[in-house]
Structures are given as structure tokens and as C-alpha cells.
Design a protein around this ligand. Structure first.
Ligand code: AMP
Ligand code: ZN
Ligand code: FE
Ligand code: FE
Length: 289
């Protein structure tokens, strides 16, 4: 069983339509894939249809933009009721923050002498990668990576902050929508100090179900092992995933990291318990053989 629980489509900043993503996942030899676009469920319906057709098990999820101690944290939410009013309102608020940031980024770049316009970055859930792609197309930079390091990371001329939801509150919100939550790449990009083990313990007490350990942003094997030990101590589910973005991110191929089958089972058990406790109608896993 090969299980990849974190991927992106054109419904956020991946480069594949959900159907292409699901087909590619099946062709990569995956048995289970989760679609986890940023801050929305726009890809869910198409992905579910494709998964049922090609016969790959699909978990519907969202990677939610949150903040904790003034730092951004990505929170994976699996199988919540997408019609839950509180969750819907929070996702709408985050996407609104993205939508108002986009013209502010364009304005900031234009002040820095870069000729971009809103027409270049049209997207349903606009993110910095869409701006990065525009800079690549204009020949300003040669890759998304270079666009981030030169223009889009904090402190660079095109950076603009945006709204993110409170991490602990969002964990509770997803639970009330009948879903489960997993911290995405919590110690990636040198961010270990922002989420120490004591904080992860408190998040667990708020309802967190798991931690994504095997992720390309956790480059140092010692970091992975330390995080794995923290997760084990706290009885949190350990996941692994590619965080695939199609052609948008190199070194994130489908299945490059995977989740162990018994950890996946534990996650589904917790999702079933969360769904029952919430009394919400939550999405099923679909497309399994
Ligand atoms: P945003 O959420 O719009 O602020 O943009 C963050 C997104 O950009 C996340 O999906 C990251 O995976 C992606 N990202 C961050 N740094 C890079 C990079 N150097 N190259 C490509 N994508 C990146
Ligand atoms: Zn992304
Ligand atoms: Fe992320
Ligand atoms: Fe992601």
C-alpha cells in the first residue's frame, strides 16, 4: 500500500487539474491519495469523480493557512463537512485575504519596477506561486524558487502579509465539522522553534490528530526522527507525503514520501470518531478497490 496524504491541484497552486492529478497518482503506483489544496474545496468534486473512475482511494482534505505565535503554520484537515457554516466562513475569510493580497503584491512589484498586472495572476485561490509563475513568464526570474528568494519571501520587495486563522481555534473548528487535523511540515524550513514539543502537546489536547513527519521540507534525518519521537510520545498519527504541486515545485514527486498503512488506518479511525462526535455529514473516502 502506497499512501500519499498531501497534494495540490489547480484548485490552488498546483499545476494539474484534479483529474490529471488523480490520474498521475494512479500512474505513480499510489493506492491512496489525498487532495489538499490551500484553503478550499474547489477540487473535491472533480477529484472524487476521477478517483472513482480510475480506482484509486481518495481522501478529501484542505491545507488551511493558520498562524501560531505570529508565525504561519499549515494545517491539513481531512474529511470535514465542507458545508459546516463556521468552517466555510473561515475558509472564505482566508481566500478573501488571498484575493485582496494579490493586487497589493502587484502594486508592490510595480513599485519595484516589475511590470506585472492582475491579468497575469488570475486564480481562484491566488497565492504567491501564481505571482512567481508570472515573473517566470515575464523572464524576470527563471524559476518559482528564484521568484520566492528574490521577490516573494518575507523581506523581499513583492512580499505582502495576509490573513491566517488561529491554529488552535482551527483545530477545534475542523473537529466541529467532523474532520481530523494533521500539522503539515511543522519543523520544515528551520521552523522548529516556532512549534516546540510542548506546544504540539497542547495542540493535541485541543484535538490535533497527527503530525506530518516525512516531508521534503524536513531535510535533516535527525529532525524527522526527533519529530517522530515527539509524535509517538503524544500518541499522534505520523504521516508522510509528497506535497506535490505538479510542475510547480521540483523534488516533490507523487509518492516521494508515504504514510504507513497502519498510521493511515489510525487516521481514518480518528476521522470516523470525529464525524460521529460532530453529528455532521462528512465526506467518505471514495474510489478504493
Ligand atoms: P502563499 O500561501 O500564497 O503565501 O504561498 C505559499 C505557497 O508557496 C506554499 O504552497 C508553498 O509551498 C509555496 N512555496 C513557498 N516557497 C516556494 C518556493 N521556493 N518555490 C515554490 N513554491 C514555494
Ligand atoms: Zn502550495
Ligand atoms: Fe504547506
Ligand atoms: Fe502543501
Amino acid at each position: 500500500m502506497r499512501i500519499d496524504l498531501h497534494t495540490h491541484s489547480l484548485a490552488s497552486d498546483g499545476t494539474q487539474a484534479p483529474t490529471e492529478l488523480i490520474t498521475a497518482a494512479q500512474q505513480a503506483g499510489l493506492d491512496v491519495v489525498a487532495i489538499t489544496d490551500h484553503d478550499g474545496t474547489g477540487g473535491w468534486a472533480e477529484a472524487a469523480e476521477a478517483a472513482t473512475r480510475v480506482g484509486i482511494e481518495l481522501v478529501r482534505g484542505i491545507e488551511i493557512s493558520t498562524k501560531h505565535r505570529h508565525h504561519g503554520v499549515h494545517l491539513l484537515a481531512y474529511l470535514p463537512d465542507p458545508t459546516h457554516p463556521g468552517l466555510r466562513a473561515e475558509l472564505d475569510r482566508i481566500v478573501e485575504g488571498r484575493s485582496s493580497r494579490a493586487p497589493a503584491m502587484v502594486a508592490a512589484l510595480r513599485r519595484a519596477g516589475i511590470e506585472v498586472s492582475m491579468d497575469d495572476i488570475a486564480a481562484a485561490v491566488p497565492g504567491r506561486p501564481h505571482v512567481a509563475d508570472a515573473l517566470v513568464r515575464q523572464g524576470v526570474v527563471s524559476s518559482r524558487d528564484e521568484a520566492f528568494s528574490e521577490y516573494l519571501n518575507p523581506g523581499r520587495p513583492g512580499y505582502v502579509n495576509r490573513y491566517a486563522a488561529d491554529l488552535t481555534a482551527t483545530i477545534r473548528l475542523v473537529a466541529s465539522a467532523g474532520g481530523v487535523t494533521v500539522l503539515a511540515h511543522p519543523w520544515g524550513r528551520g521552523r522548529k522553534d516556532d512549534l516546540p514539543a510542548g506546544d504540539i502537546a497542547r495542540l493535541r489536547d485541543a484535538g490535533l490528530s497527527g503530525v506530518e513527519v516525512d516531508h521534503q521540507d524536513h531535510k535533516d534525518p535527525d529532525v524527522r526522527e526527533e519529530l517522530r519521537a515527539v509524535a509517538r510520545d503524544l500518541d499522534l498519527v505520523v504521516t508522510g507525503s509528497s506535497d506535490h504541486h505538479g510542475l510547480g515545485k521540483t523534488n516533490h514527486e507523487l509518492g516521494c514520501n508515504t504514510t504507513a498503512p497502519d498510521e493511515y488506518e489510525r487516521l481514518l479511525e480518528r476521522a470516523a470518531a470525529a464525524a460521529a462526535a460532530s453529528a455532521r455529514r462528512t465526506p467518505e473516502v471514495v474510489g478504493g478497490r
